[in-house]
Design a protein around this ligand. Structure first.
Ligand code: ADP
Length: 445
């Protein structure tokens, strides 16, 4: 097992990784920007290295600086967390070339799944069905029109290298399609340095259902059931739950088996998530994330498995001891993403935390790096806390979530706690009756 791991991230996920390492007897090295000197993961780590100024491109996205920190601290491995360099195949390669272990899949698998067009092609060959659309990149308006006519409007134009909901836009008619293509190409080039786009049928009422897997790199893959992440705003997840209220046991087992079979044929290593849109009983693959996900705690709560510990164990070359039959999912878990934004206008709200009181009690988990007196810097993602609750049934889980949200005090900044308090009272939410458009269309958010 590793003796020392460098955590190439910040915020709650850096703290989450630190906690897993600590419980495994592994020393941690926190790297941080000058804006994060007082961050909780920096305060708790065994060693710290400042890697640059606040801007992400100069610090958390600066692979050279992170590798220098790894050399100074003499680590065995680097955990990239989520976002930043976690799905950067060139970084993973660089880490390995320098003799460190990258806690994640092989660079080849990161590269394959990072190109969403190549990923769709690959999983289709592995036997999963995909959202109908163009077979490859769409280079000109005439091809785009022809494909859109074939699949029918509305269509969704998506960036091949897209992520975080960026670089995608709906075209309702043939008239608007060229402008939408141009818009997406521009956004894709600016955000991802790649202007390749493709077209998909825009599904009217799907749920976002994703399957959490772990692979040993030799063909053994197990799954932890699904997460339902349909409550979204601007294609970004707001609330996630497991299991999905929309699946029965038979459907769950069937999609789990199909995913593990497909990913097993790839000989995938580490943690991964296979994402689908689920509509009219059919699963359509949209993408695979080759890393741990923000919403992994809901799967941990119903399975009792520490996914980050398993991720670290696999990377250290230990065999995957868990069998599919060992994974028994029990009860229900829901996660609310609390972000430092105004709950109605969604205006960013960084600043100093004047009061902090986290909820507790049976079945309540808070993954957050906040503390009283901490200042949320304005430079990064606005996620400041994940409130996760677990109970025997979905109804009990919702009651527990309401209670926990009511207890949660984050003073000094605006957060989306009031939004979550509102959502958990909605009848559709109580009924589990929502799709990916629900938040925007039914609630106008
Ligand atoms: P990203 O990598 O940017 O997160 P995804 O392909 O995972 O992009 O899609 C993000 C979200 O966008 C999905 O969860 C879903 O809500 C919406 N979406 C993606 N593809 C489609 C589609 N074909 N039809 C309708 N909504 C879609």
């Amino acid at each position: 097992m590793f003796e020392k791991v460098l955590i190439a991230n910040r915020g709650e996920i850096a703290l989450r990784i630190h906690r897993a390492c600590r419980e495994m007897g592994i020393q941690t090295v926190a790297v941080h920007s000058t804006a994060d000197s007082d961050a909780m993961h920096v305060r708790l780590a065994d060693e710290t290295v400042c890697i640059g100024p606040p801007a992400s491109r100069d610090s958390y996205l600066n692979g050279q600086a992170i590798l220098s920190a790894a050399t100074i601290a003499g680590v065995d491995a680097i955990h990239p967390g989520v976002g930043f360099l976690s799905e950067n195949a060139a970084f993973a390669e660089m880490v390995e070339e320098h003799g460190y272990v990258f806690i994640g899949p092989t660079p080849d698998h990161i590269r394959l799944m990072g190109d969403k067009i190549a990923a769709k092609e690959a999983v289709r060959e592995l036997g999963l069905s995909v959202v109908p659309g163009s077979d490859g990149p769409v280079d000109n308006d005439d091809d785009a029109r022809r494909i859109a006519e074939e699949i029918g409007y509305p269509v969704l134009v998506k960036a091949a290298s897209g992520g975080g909901g960026k670089g995608m836009k709906v075209a309702d008619t043939a008239e608007t399609l060229p402008a939408v293509l141009a818009h997406c190409r521009g956004e894709a080039l600016a955000s991802f340095g790649d202007d390749a786009v493709y077209i998909e049928k825009f599904l009217a009422q799907p749920r976002h259902i994703e399957v959490q897997i772990l692979g040993d790199g030799f063909g053994k893959v197990i799954h932890f059931g699904e997460r339902d992440c349909s409550i979204q705003r601007r294609h970004q997840k707001v609330i996630e739950e497991a299991p999905s209220p929309a699946l029965d046991q038979k459907t769950r087992a069937a999609i789990g088996a199909r995913v593990t079979e497909a990913v097993g044929r790839l000989k995938y290593r580490g943690a991964g998530t296979v994402e689908f849109l689920f509509e009219d009983g059919d699963f359509h693959f949209i993408e695979m994330n080759t890393r741990i996900q923000v919403e992994h705690p809901v799967s941990e709560m119903i399975s009792g498995v520490d996914l980050i510990r398993e991720q670290i164990r696999i990377s250290a070359g230990e065999p995957l001891l868990l069998e599919q039959s060992d994974i028994s999912l029990s009860g229900h878990a829901i996660e609310c993403r609390v972000v430092a934004e105004h709950p109605e206008t969604f205006a960013p709200s960084p600043g100093r935390i004047t009061d902090y009181h986290a909820p507790g009690g049976l079945g309540v988990r808070v993954d957050s790096a906040l503390y009283s007196g901490y200042t949320v810097p304005p430079h990064y993602d606005s996620l400041v806390s994940k409130l996760i609750v677990h109970a025997d049934t979905r109804d009990e889980c919702v009651m527990r979530l309401r209670r926990a949200l009511d207890e949660y005090v984050i003073g000094g900044i605006e957060t989306t706690i009031p939004l979550h308090q509102r959502l958990v009272l909605e009848q559709d939410f109580l009924d589990g009756d929502y799709d990916i458009h629900w938040l925007e269309t039914k609630l106008g958010l």
